[in-house]
Design a binder for this molecule. Structure first.
Ligand code: SF4
Length: 74
């Protein structure tokens, strides 16, 4: 199953991921960083399984992240 991986520690909260895929991302009011909705925390990274049909859009989101803290694994 494809996955989005978010290295949240280095997120700068620019909100581009939310603008690109609001169904997957929210900006946290607590610390101003992006949160990958429904993701599980594993060794300081957040991981969310996604359907195949969302892979291309997720890759585009990852490309637009200025700090490159979003990865898509297929
Ligand atoms: S695009 Fe990247 S740096 Fe910007 S809020 Fe999203 S994860 Fe954080």
């Amino acid at each position: 199953m494809p996955k989005i991986i978010h290295y949240r520690n280095k997120c700068i909260g620019c909100n581009i991921c939310y603008e690109s895929q609001p169904e997957y991302w929210r900006l946290s009011r607590k610390d101003g960083k992006a949160t990958l909705i429904g993701a599980k925390l594993k060794k300081e990274t957040y991981i969310l399984e996604i359907p195949e049909c969302d892979v291309e859009a997720s890759k585009t989101t990852a490309e637009h992240c200025p700090t490159k803290v979003i990865k898509v694994s297929v």
